[in-house]
Design a protein around this ligand. Structure first.
Ligand SMILES: [Zn+2]
Length: 271
């Protein structure tokens, strides 16, 4: 089913101290090319080399970026993710030891390294290691060219700076052209999760998402607004419990047409 306007939920919320930033300029990003099977073949010299080093070499051979919020799935062979969990667990165990925690006799932390490793690789940072979800596209048969708003999409991420949780919401505005390919409603959410399940920086995350939507849908305009709690501000640091961050990215018509932008933002305020 193609995306359409969805009813708004009124969110009764605390009035947080808001930091509003806007970043209309796209971040330049190197897109990972799928490595050829040859490049993925381990050589004799790989024996005893940590898997992370082997993967890293494949990425470097392609001169591809592998920052915390990049996806590196093109460089990982089937079955390797489980082995990566083992390597992370081993190194996480070393962290616990350096924190002088007796994981031998403390039943609570005995398997913590394994649990944390699994959580990172298979859950909260999984968007780095798995391929982009496939997006079924629908031709815009009814030639929709009116503003669509998708959201709020629940966002769970972690900041690249502290690996502390980021919990928030995202709204996506799309102004399709008559020639745009539309994607199903649930796909906006899948794509968002995929981008957010990585160590992220909010300003970069919204840009990354907007780039992807522009590429997939080829709309006249796309807008992304993210509103989130950063636990690195609450659990540590200034310990400001009400601190929130709001970011927006406006592209195409949303950038050029103040009325469209106003319409989109006013609809969000009603949520
Ligand atoms: Zn942080």
């Amino acid at each position: 089913m193609p995306a359409k306007k969805i009813p708004t939920k009124v969110a009764a919320k605390k009035t947080p101290a808001k930091k509003v930033t806007s970043s209309p300029t796209p971040v330049k990003r190197v897109v990972a090319k799928k490595a050829s099977p040859q490049q993925l073949t381990n050589t004799e010299s790989d024996v005893g080399t940590p898997l992370s080093v082997i993967i890293r070499r494949r990425i470097e051979a392609q001169k591809t970026r592998f920052h915390a919020n990049d996806n590196i799935s093109a460089f990982i062979k089937p079955g390797e993710l489980e082995k990566l969990v083992d390597e992370v667990a081993e190194k996480m165990q070393a962290v616990l030891e350096s924190l002088v925690i007796d994981t031998q006799s403390d039943h609570n932390t005995r398997n913590t390294s394994q649990r944390v490793a699994k959580m990172y690789v298979q859950e909260v940072f999984n968007g780095r290691y798995v391929e982009q979800p496939t997006l079924t596209k629908f031709p815009n048969v009814s030639k929709l060219n009116e503003l669509m708003i998708i959201g709020p999409i629940t966002v769970r991420s972690a900041c690249s700076h502290h690996f502390c949780p980021i919990m928030g919401r995202i709204w996506i505005g799309v102004l399709p052209s008559k020639a745009s390919a539309l994607i199903g409603l649930s796909k906006y959410s899948r794509l968002t999760q995929w981008v957010m399940c990585r160590p992220q920086i909010q300003e970069e995350a919204v840009v990354e998402l907007a780039d992807m939507l522009e590429k997939k849908i080829k709309p006249i305009g796309v807008a992304v607004v993210m509103d989130a709690d950063h636990f690195c501000m609450q659990w540590r640091g200034v310990k400001d419990r009400d601190s929130k961050m709001v970011n927006s990215v406006m592209r195409g018509a949303f950038l050029k047409d103040p009325n469209l932008r106003r319409e989109f933002l006013s609809l969000l305020e009603k949520r």
